[in-house]
Write a protein that binds this ligand. Structure first.
Ligand SMILES: [Zn+2]
Length: 173
């Protein structure tokens, strides 16, 4: 990616934005400091998701976005944070450069992203995605988050107690 001003070959990405047809990136040339924009087209057929049962499915940004949105429903998140997370995951997938990825890999990326963003959304997503057969595993997750309660992410509401999680599971049964 040559700098259009000095021809320098290294540029730092300072912003990435997913568009329907690709990714728009703002870059800053390391040599001369000039900023410029590049567009990278995404070939929608490039990535296939391998599901747990072995079926292949075309990667869908919409589907990814929907899952994250659902988990973040009614959470007091800064505007655009869901969009940013979807962008980051999608961009990451394309940057890995493989034509096939396991659905669990994407799931883990979402979990990692939500864990940073919002604990409640994280637990919601985890409980659906991992289909916790044993409520004890979910409690472990909650407890492991609670250990880090000293330094919650910004705008973070307190975690639900294990008891609260237990009563949610009780309703389901
Ligand atoms: Zn330059």
């Amino acid at each position: 990616m040559n700098c259009p001003y000095c021809g320098g070959q290294e540029a730092r990405v300072i912003d990435s934005r997913g568009l329907d047809e690709g990714v728009r990136r703002r870059r800053r040339c390391i040599a001369c400091g000039a900023r410029f924009t590049t567009y990278e087209r995404i070939q929608p057929h490039d990535i296939f998701v391998i599901k747990k049962d072995g079926r292949r499915e075309e990667f869908s940004r919409d589907k990814l976005s929907l899952g994250i949105r659902k988990a973040c429903e009614k959470r007091p998140l800064p505007t655009g944070s869901v969009h940013k997370l979807v962008d980051a995951i999608e961009t990451g997938l394309y940057e890995v450069g493989r034509s096939e990825v396991a659905s669990s890999y994407i799931g883990d990326l979402v979990m990692a992203g939500l864990r940073q963003l919002d604990h409640i959304a994280y637990i919601r997503f985890a409980s659906v995605y991992r289909k916790f057969a044993d409520i004890g595993v979910l409690k472990q997750e909650v407890d492991s988050l609670a250990v880090r309660r000293d330094s919650p992410p910004e705008n973070q509401l307190p975690l639900p107690s294990s008891e609260a999680v237990g009563s949610i599971s009780g309703r389901k049964r």
